[in-house]
Design a protein around this ligand. Sequence first.
Ligand SMILES: *Cc1c(COP(=O)(O)O)cnc(C)c1O
Length: 498
Amino acid sequence: MNYNSTRNSAIKVRSAEAIIKGLSDEGGLFVPESIPKFSASDMKYIGKMNYAERAQLVLKKFLTDFTDDELKSAAQAAYSDNFAVENATQLSQLYPDCYVLELFHGPTCAFKDMALQLLPHLMTISAKKTELAAGKQIAILTATSGDTGKAALEGFKDIENTSVTVFYPEDGVSEMQKRQMTTQEGANVRVCAVRGNFDDCQTGVKEIFTDVELIAQLSAKNMIFSSANSINWGRLVPQIIYYVSAYADLLEAGEIEQGESVNICVPTGNFGNILAAYYAREMGLPIGRLICASNANNVLTDCINTGVYDRNRELILTASPSMDILISSNFERLLYHLSDRDDSVINALFTDLKEKGKYTLPSGIKEKLSELFYGGWCDEAETERTIKKVFDEFGYLTDPHTAVAYKIYDDYKNATGDTSKTIITATASPYKFCAAVHKALGGTPETDEFATARKLEELTKTEMPAPLSRTESLPVRFTDSVEKSEMKRAVSDVASSL
Ligand SMILES: *Cc1c(COP(=O)(O)O)cnc(C)c1O
């Protein structure tokens, strides 16, 4: 299987190269040249497999340049014992026909772990297979608005021949997220606060990636830059696994019948998680409607409903910060598929986005989009009310991102009357966002995050996950804070100290 670029269908690379490069040279995203299908026997056996085996089965269909042994060792290393529940994920039923797929039982308590526990292994194997990276150290650089940075640090910590540097906006992440990052363990990790916002961090990292001097400095030390960003195919493909796995579990438990179609509802930011569900559907998994839930940053809702993608609006900071995004990068992959792989359409749309901040979908694509996807959004007050409502009605505690998804699923049912069974993905532990969750339940603010967490534990009779509670007593290792103009120097200093 080869991978094409969304902006140049003539480009063909192996998956190892797509994973090492992250982005194609002309700025497009790598997509598989065809989408492999599940066979009847796959679906028959998958229910009996553990999560690592399920992962191997899905990965093998896409990463055809990897050997069985390589895939097996990567899947085992990622999923055998780094998660707090037996099969890496957990499915809870809220009420008949409505299931929550908990993706936050990994080492950082956010769904990013599902991909970032595996990516480092895919990357080190890929490095051995590509001319570009063979024998080299991979220096991962990441800008984060909170969850990705910590998950990348945990994923890459102490992985041979890699190092990871994370930049986060000093005042732009929750107290818990900051604590998680500054106490990070591992010999090959570094965390640095930036006196600026997330965009400043991201722009700084992009500049470092293309800085000729720095690249040469790294090259002299036999190192190359790479990214753990969510546009990397190596982050997307692991996300397909949990949809297949959840379907298999429902089937095994007798909750659904063979071939029965289920809807998937996803709290969406960069469009990676929901796109993975689209790929699972294209592989033949019986998925009905894909329900795309947004917070007040409702660019995608508008696009699904009107066919116009318009980023010309203020970014609104919400209690679900991982969805505070105006450009959902992975949406480009979906449009490429819906255009029947027409790179000229994609180039035209994304030139418009760059020049005018918006584009209008051709009518054929718009129709397919709104047939497959339902888009909805809710504001901050509705998010809060939903956290309370779901807790009061079902005794189930949701984080703000998952609450947004629940609300939009309710709206979807009211709007369409569709009562098919539905899986809502739960993307973070409520304890990552204790202040917002505690407030939604009527609690009054405490002075620090851990005091709030203890109040939340008392109030809800739930427990803060161990990976979060243990950060309270861990020593802070990283206190650096730089101006955005100093990010390059910070990376250069690390490179020269190696
Ligand atoms: C990253 C993230 C999202 C958004 O996922 P995308 O794949 O970017 O759409 C939603 N919720 C949480 C908690 C996240 O960390």
